[in-house]
Write a protein that binds this ligand. Structure first.
Ligand code: NDP
Ligand code: GDR
Length: 374
């Protein structure tokens, strides 16, 4: 049987990198679109990179951008993929309030550009299409937990753009009989999560604090509740969705939620630190109640290591998200395998290794600069 070909937009992102690994394991020829940047942006896929000078490459990167339909059409024409995974996006909710038009162009119009290119090239009966939809569509929640039939109420330019992408995917399925489907994925994280999303900001920040490289973690709304899963579990599901007889839309979630504050406390425990939260609103702080001096040599009891900074509050917040994955479990036999506790432990361990390396370099007189831009 001929090797299946997949095209992944957003291959350099968290999900793109895990999905590329999974598809390579399954024997696919994997094509990915990477953006031109002024410095290297392929760190998450460098370990699967293949030298283009050797024969029989099965992981191939193409320069491209979701804002450029000529480029997308050319890549699709060249690759003729069996499956397209549209994971590329300006994916940061807070940033979408700063760059709403760009977010709409990439996340909404970018999706249309790919679907239309598939159709114009006559690939609509060959190419299956996966759209990275999101629990942010539920926004101001109308029902708890949220499932496939729960009404949407997006609360950010990002979510509104993703709403267009969701419906244009449904529309191309209904209008042209395309195999096109939406995965409505709740938050999923990993050691490869971008450093400015809340979980990674916490695990990396606290790991640095434990090694004396940073003093304090500045947070936004710590009351926010999220249903956090592991990206590895979720990309498996993305592939499964394209292997069915009929295309359908699915909610992917764990069915459990915790607050941002709980995630901070859990991360701290993994570093041998017990935190006590005091005060409320903008005055709330997290104080070190006890600390294992071997695990966190840079830290003293009584230090304030968490504070609130209003700059991280959003103009409109999504306070609570909790998914009901019953339909996906029943139809596809999918089960999440990694709990939020083990995911948090894994993220902390990975960030701790880096922090320890930096602390050692500092000890030997090297200059270490820690980027804390959020
Ligand atoms: P990331 O932010 O880690 O990755 C986004 C990817 O999109 C990166 O490869 C990025 O490239 C690329 N990208 C950004 N802008 C463009 C553009 N103009 N043209 C082409 N590519 C672009 O996101 P995740 O991996 O976490 O998420 C994958 C998808 O799933 C996204 O669409 C996201 O909105 C959606 N989603 C994510 C969830 C999550 O919890 N992770 C939950 C639900 C949905 P570069 O590396 O150069 O920045
Ligand atoms: P989210 O993820 O907005 O849910 O979108 P993020 O991790 O950014 O925020 C989760 C919650 O934490 C609160 N929060 C903070 N968030 C950030 N980034 N930084 C902070 O300092 C901070 N303090 C509190 C937020 O207000 C929010 O309530 C992610 C993205 O991956 C989207 O692309 C995806 O669609 C959704 O998950 C599902």
């Amino acid at each position: 049987m001929a090797m299946k070909k997949a095209l992944i937009t957003g291959v350099t992102g968290q999900d793109g990198s895990y999905l590329a690994e999974l598809l390579l394991e399954k024997g696919y020829e994997v094509h990915g679109i990477k953006r031109r940047a002024s410095s290297f942006n392929t760190q998450r896929v460098d370990h699967i990179y293949q030298d283009p000078h050797v024969e029989h490459q099965n992981f191939i990167l193409h320069y491209g951008d979701l804002t450029d339909s000529s480029n997308l059409t050319r890549i699709l024409q060249q690759v003729q993929p069996d499956e397209v995974y549209n994971l590329g996006a300006q994916s940061h909710v807070a940033v979408s309030f700063e760059s709403p038009e760009y977010t709409a162009d990439v996340d909404a119009m970018g999706t249309l550009r790919i679907l239309e290119a598939i159709r114009l090239l006559g690939l609509e009966k060959k190419t299956r299409f996966y759209q990275a939809s999101t629990s942010e569509l539920y926004g101001l929640v109308q029902e708890i937990p949220q499932k496939e039939t729960t009404p949407f109420h997006p609360r950010s330019p990002y979510a509104v753009a993703k709403l267009y992408a969701y419906w244009i995917t449904v529309n191309y399925r209904e209008a042209y009989g395309m195999y096109a489907c939406n995965g409505i994925l709740f938050n999923h994280e990993s050691p490869r999560r971008g450093e400015t999303f809340v979980t990674r900001k916490i695990t990396r920040g606290l790991a640095n604090i434990s090694q004396g490289l940073e003093k304090c973690l500045y947070m936004g709304n710590m009351d926010a509740l999220r249903d956090w899963g592991h990206a590895k579990d979720y990309v498996r599901m993305q592939w499964m969705m394209l292997q069915q007889e009929q295309p359908e839309d699915f909610v992917i979630a764990t069915g459990k939620q915790i607050s941002v504050r709980d995630f901070i406390a859990m991360s701290a425990r993994n570093l041998g630190i017990t935190l006590r939260f005091e005060g409320s609103g903008l005055e709330e702080v997290g104080i070190v109640e006890s600390v294992d001096a071997e695990l966190a040599p840079g830290l003293e009891c009584g230090s304030t290591v968490v504070r609130v900074d209003p700059r991280y509050f959003r103009p409109a917040e999504v306070e609570t998200l909790l998914g009901d994955p019953t339909y996906a479990k029943a139809r596809l036999g999918w089960e999440p395998e990694i709990s939020v506790e083990s995911m948090c432990a894994e993220m902390v361990q990975e960030d701790l290794k880096v922090a320890q390396r930096h602390a050692l370099l500092k000890e030997f007189g090297h200059t270490v600069t820690i980027s804390v831009e959020n």
